[in-house]
Each structure stands twice: as structure tokens, then as C-alpha cells.
Ligand binder design. Structure first.
Ligand code: GLA
Length: 436
């Protein structure tokens, strides 16, 4: 009898371990892409306490905190030019942060936010302030003392410790270990620009990793400062990378991200900074959302236009981005159209819903029919069903049996949530829809 119940227990434990999610991320954080705000795209080095707190206040007042934008991340240029000569600790620039970083973090926490800090895995940060290379533990301890919940960790002045994946990995792992040693849960966001195949090892030590050089507020303008068009080019990652340049790189990396791994970081958003049209910003936000990039606002939220706010508040796209247990949408095909490309993406969501997007980067509008056999090329059985497709920018619903008609503006995107259509009876409310 005893041995039977022992066996039963053993069996139950086995079943529990087998069916429960025993994976998760390396530190248990970041089961969905992080959302928040970062100071760099709008303010660069021109930051201070009031800019950061005013943006946080605006994010809260505009209802964006409730939508998930929870991390307020202060980027480069916050510190003094020298460490404290006695303690060796980093110190805030007192002109910019007269009350200190800990006090600002507390104010953010009291407002309901989490607080993000910036440093570099180099001798200096990219703007030339002291970096954390060889100071990992003292800096991690300082950040933990200040109540930091997130670290963006850059790649400048790395003293040649890059060019080989293992060397980069070890340099970034030192900070990962130091953060873990503080005992404070700190989301670890690598800003290594996609060097040294970071998508292959970032997940073992961090929660997200940048995959490209710095974003620039332009849709597709080519710039020699961002010389690589795809991930097949591993030369200079550069900066001034357009939205299309970053999408092109990210589209090869969908299989590298997920809940049990971490997230491809396509860089902070430019929505609201004025360099792109409404259509282009919609495309930018849509693609960041469905590729499951972190959604980090990068504008002055206190002066945001209603149209820009509408874009970053799209609940349907946010829920796709934040859908636990699902992976980035995959690039199904990419075809030359005029001077540019059109691209089809699809990806599985919870409950066997799917997200489908057609991106038109060309300079003229596009009309075409997309077949279910293309959309479901990785799950062909699905092409046998009828689907209800909800357009996520205007909410209209279509019944789709074999193909869906796409009408996509130049530099625009059409994106749908597909839900399997089950006819229950002839009174079904969707029954009278035209088939497309
Ligand atoms: C690098 C990073 C940017 C930003 C700046 C700050 O260029 O990639 O995101 O943090 O440094 O100097």
C-alpha cells in the first residue's frame, strides 16, 4: 500500500514537472516584452529630473501606464564625469539631479512606475561618462541601493572586448552576475547593437538585446552611417538606421525570441518625434508590436498629438505584443514592388488566433489578395478553415475562406487578428458577411 501511494506521488510530481512551465527567462523577468519610456530619442544628453518626472506624469495622465508603459528609463548623460574618489561609486550630476537618483526613483515608484538606469559595458558610456566595465559589482550595488528595476547596458568604449561571441558574452555576463548578486529583481536589457550574434547567447544572461544600430526618425531613408541592410552583414552596426532597415534585420530573427528566451529589441519608438507621417508611424508601431520588440516610447509625452497617442494606445496591437507564451510573427515572403518591397508576416497567438500583416514599403498604394495557404504556410491545416479577420486599425471584420483582400497605403501596413470561424447556426451574427 505504502509503496503504491509513494509511486502515485512520484507520478504526480513527474506529471507536474512535465506539464508545468519549468523554463521561463534566465532570471524569471520579462515573460513579455518590456513597455515604457526612454529619454534618448527625444532628449539625448539634455536630461534632468524634471524632464523625466514630467514625462512620467504625462504617461500616467494620458492613461499609458494603465496600457502597460511601466518602465521609465533614464539614458546616457546622467552622471558626473568622475567616480567618487573615495568610494569609487558613480554619482549623479547634481545640476541635473539635485535630489539624487534614489529620490527620483522613489517618486517614480510612488507614481506606480518602475525605474530604469543606463550604463555601458565599456570604460565610458557612449557620451563619454564613466562606464561600468571592471566596476560591475559596485555599480550594480549602487543601482540596487537607488531602487533601480531595469538596466540598459551599452557597448561603447569596450576596449576591444568584442568581435568574438564568447568575448562579448563574458563582458556582458559580468554585469548579469553582478545584478543577480544584488538580490534585487532587475530587468537586464543589452544594448549591444546586434554584434557577435547576440541573439544566440543574450537569452542566457539577459532579458532583451538590441539587434541593430541606433534608430533614426525616418521610414526608409538609406544612410551610410547604418551600412548593413540585413543581418547577413555584420560590419559596422552604426546609427541613423531607418524603420525599414531595422525591420529587415528583425525579420530574420523571429525564431530567436520568446517567453522562454527574451526579446529582440528593435530600439525605442520614434512615434511623436515628427520625422514620419501618420501612416509611417502606424507601420513602425505595428511592426514593433507584432515582432514582439520592447515597446519603449521615445518622445515628449507631455506634448504628444492626439494622432500619435492614438497610435501608441492601440490596445489590440499591445495585447498581441504582450500575449504571453507566443513568439514574434514570421516573415512569410518579401517581394520587390516598385522601388521597394512588400512583405507578408504571420504568427500564432493564444487560442490559435493569428496575427497577419501586409507591409507596403513602396511609394504607391497596393491592392492584392493574400491566400490562406500563404498565411498558414507553417500550419497548412488552418487554410482549410474559414476565418474572421479583424482589421486592427479600423476594426472592420471580414469572413475569409480562401484569400483576403489587402488595400495598403504607400509606406503603410494592414494588420488583422484572425480568429477561426465556427458556424453554430444560421442565426450566427457573422453568417451574412461577404466572403473575401
Ligand atoms: C548608444 C545607444 C543609444 C543610446 C546612446 C547614448 O548609441 O545605442 O541607444 O543609449 O548610446 O549615448
Amino acid at each position: 500500500m505504502i509503496s503504491i501511494s509513494f509511486l502515485n506521488c512520484f507520478f504526480l510530481v513527474f506529471l507536474f514537472l512535465f506539464f508545468s512551465d519549468v523554463h521561463g527567462s534566465y532570471n524569471g523577468l520579462g515573460l513579455k516584452p518590456q513597455m515604457g519610456w526612454n529619454s534618448w530619442n527625444k532628449y539625448a544628453c539634455d536630461i534632468d529630473e524634471s524632464i523625466i518626472l514630467n514625462n512620467a506624469k504625462a504617461i500616467k495622465e494620458e492613461g499609458l501606464l494603465d496600457l502597460g508603459y511601466e518602465y521609465i528609463v533614464m539614458d546616457d548623460c546622467w552622471s558626473k564625469h568622475e567616480r567618487n574618489a573615495t568610494t569609487g561609486r558613480l554619482e549623479a550630476n547634481p545640476d541635473k539631479f539635485p535630489n539624487g537618483i534614489g529620490s527620483m526613483a522613489k517618486k517614480l515608484h510612488d507614481m506606480g512606475f518602475k525605474f530604469g538606469m543606463y550604463s555601458s559595458a565599456g570604460k565610458y558610456t557612449c557620451a563619454g561618462f564613466p562606464g561600468s566595465l571592471n566596476h560591475e559589482q559596485i555599480d550594480a550595488d549602487t543601482f540596487a541601493d537607488w531602487g533601480v528595476d531595469y538596466l540598459k547596458y551599452d557597448n561603447c568604449f569596450n576596449e576591444g572586448k568584442s568581435g568574438v561571441p564568447l568575448i562579448s558574452y563574458e563582458r556582458y555576463k559580468r554585469m548579469s552576475d553582478a545584478l543577480n548578486k544584488t538580490g534585487r529583481p532587475i530587468f537586464y536589457s543589452l544594448c549591444q547593437w546586434g554584434e557577435d550574434f547576440v541573439w544566440n547567447w543574450g537569452n542566457t544572461i539577459a532579458n532583451s538585446w538590441r539587434i541593430s544600430g541606433d534608430i533614426f526618425d525616418t521610414f526608409s531613408r538609406k544612410d551610410v552611417r547604418c551600412p548593413c541592410e540585413t543581418i547577413e552583414c555584420f560590419a559596422l552596426q552604426g546609427d541613423h538606421c531607418s524603420v525599414m532597415n531595422i525591420i529587415s534585420k528583425a525579420s530574420f530573427l523571429s525564431s530567436k525570441a520568446g517567453m522562454n528566451s527574451g526579446w529582440n529589441d528593435l530600439d525605442s519608438l520614434e512615434v511623436g518625434n515628427g520625422g514620419m507621417s501618420f501612416e509611417e508611424y502606424k507601420t513602425h508601431f505595428t511592426m514593433w508590436a507584432i515582432l514582439k520588440s520592447p515597446l519603449i516610447l521615445g518622445n515628449d509625452v507631455s506634448s504628444m498629438s492626439p494622432m500619435d497617442k492614438l497610435i501608441v494606445s492601440n490596445k489590440e496591437l499591445i495585447s498581441i505584443n504582450q500575449d504571453i507564451g507566443t513568439n514574434p510573427a514570421a516573415l512569410i515572403w518579401k517581394k520587390k514592388y516598385g522601388d521597394e518591397y512588400i512583405e507578408l508576416f504571420s504568427g500564432r497567438l493564444s487560442n490559435n488566433d493569428w496575427v497577419v500583416a501586409v507591409l507596403n514599403a513602396a511609394s504607391e498604394p497596393l491592392k492584392m489578395g493574400i491566400h490562406l495557404s500563404d498565411i498558414f504556410v507553417d500550419a497548412l491545416g488552418n487554410a482549410e478553415h474559414d476565418w474572421l479577420a479583424t482589421d486592427l486599425w479600423n476594426n472592420n471584420v471580414k469572413l475569409v475562406s480562401d484569400r483576403i483582400r489587402a488595400n495598403v497605403a504607400s509606406h503603410g501596413v494592414q494588420v488583422w487578428r484572425f480568429q477561426q470561424y465556427k458556424v453554430k447556426n444560421t442565426n450566427d451574427k457573422f453568417f451574412s458577411f461577404n466572403k473575401h
